[in-house]
Design a protein around this ligand. Structure first.
Ligand code: G1P
Length: 271
C-alpha cells in the first residue's frame, strides 16, 4: 500500500521570476486555486494519508499558508462568511496530513528526496513534482493501482517533441506490457538529441522504493552539477529493481514556466 507522498518544494522558481522573487511559485493561483492544492487533492483522492513537503528557509511562506489559524479564526469570528469557513476547513484538513522537512541548499531533486529518509515508513512511497500538473485523470491513483498489481516501482511517461529531449529524463523501453505500460530498461537525465534513447519523457510522478535512499546517500552530482533522482533510479534498475513506465491519460500542464503557468489557468478554466 502507498500511504505516503513527498513533494519537493525548495526550488528557486527562477523560470517564473519576477513572480517568485518574494513568493513561492507553488502558492501562485491557477484559475483561482493555489497550485499546490491541486497536487494535495490528487494525493488525497489517490488514498495518500501523509504528505511530506520539502521546503527551505526561503520558502517558509508555504508553512505559514497552512498554519495561519489565528488569522482565519479572527476573520471568521468577525464575519460569518460560509466561503471563508469552507476554505479554512479545507486548509485544516490539509494541515492534518502534512509534515515539513528542509532542504536549504538547492542541490537537486535527489538531494531533496534524501531529506525525507527518516520519515518514510513503508517499502514504497509516491513523489510528485509540483511543476507538473496533470488534469482530467488522477495519474497518482492510476500509478498506485499499477503498483498494487505488480508490486514494483512506477514512473509517469509522456511522448515529447524530439527537439526537447534535453529538458527531460528520457526512458529506454525494455518491453511493452500493454497499451499504457512498459518495463523500463534505462533512464537518462536530459540527454542530447543524438544520444537520446527515445522521446518518452519522465513526468513528475514516481512510486519509488525505500531502497533508493541507499543509492542517494552515495549519489554524486550529475547534469548541471545537481544530484538527480534519475541517476539513482538508473542504479536501482541496473541492480535488477523492476520499474514500470506508465503513459498517463490525463492532460499535462507545465506550471514551472511562465508560458505554461499562464496556459494552465486557461486550460483549467475551460475544462
Ligand atoms: C525533473 C527531472 C526530469 C523530469 C522532469 C519532469 O527535471 O529531473 O527527469 O523529466 O522533472 O518535469 P526538472 O524539471 O527539475 O529540470
Amino acid at each position: 500500500m502507498i500511504r505516503q507522498a513527498i513533494i519537493p518544494l525548495a526550488g528557486l522558481g527562477t523560470r517564473l521570476l519576477p513572480l517568485t522573487s518574494v513568493y513561492a511559485k507553488e502558492l501562485l493561483p491557477i484559475n483561482g486555486k493555489v497550485g499546490l492544492e491541486y497536487i494535495l487533492d490528487e494525493c488525497i483522492e489517490a488514498g495518500i494519508k501523509e504528505i511530506i513537503l520539502i521546503i527551505s528557509n526561503r520558502k517558509k511562506i508555504i508553512q505559514k499558508y497552512f498554519y495561519n489559524d489565528l488569522f482565519f479564526k479572527k476573520i471568521i469570528k468577525a464575519k460569518k462568511d460560509q466561503r471563508i469557513l469552507n476554505e479554512y476547513k479545507k486548509i485544516k484538513k490539509y494541515k492534518k496530513m502534512i509534515k515539513f522537512v528542509f532542504q536549504n541548499e538547492p542541490k537537486g531533486t535527489g538531494d531533496a528526496v534524501l531529506k525525507t529518509r527518516n520519515k518514510i515508513k513503508d517499502n514504497y512511497f509516491l513523489m510528485i513534482l509540483p511543476d507538473d500538473l496533470i488534469i482530467k485523470k488522477n495519474c497518482s491513483k492510476d500509478m498506485i493501482l499499477i503498483h498494487n498489481k505488480m508490486n514494483c516501482s512506477v514512473m509517469a511517461s509522456m511522448k515529447v517533441n524530439k527537439k526537447t529531449v534535453n529538458r527531460w529524463g528520457i526512458y529506454s523501453k525494455k518491453k511493452q506490457i500493454n497499451k499504457s505500460n512498459f518495463y523500463i530498461k534505462d533512464v537518462v537525465e536530459k540527454p542530447n538529441i543524438k544520444s537520446a534513447p527515445s522521446n518518452n519523457a519522465v513526468i513528475g510522478r514516481y512510486i519509488l522504493p525505500k531502497k533508493i535512499f541507499k543509492k542517494l546517500q552515495k549519489q554524486t552530482k550529475g547534469k548541471g552539477g545537481e544530484i538527480h533522482i534519475t541517476d539513482s533510479i538508473r542504479k536501482l534498475i541496473k541492480d535488477g529493481e523492476e520499474f514500470v513506465g506508465h503513459t498517463f491519460k490525463g492532460k499535462y500542464l507545465d506550471c514551472g514556466s511562465m508560458e505554461g503557468y499562464i496556459k494552465s489557468s486557461i486550460e483549467i478554466a475551460i475544462k
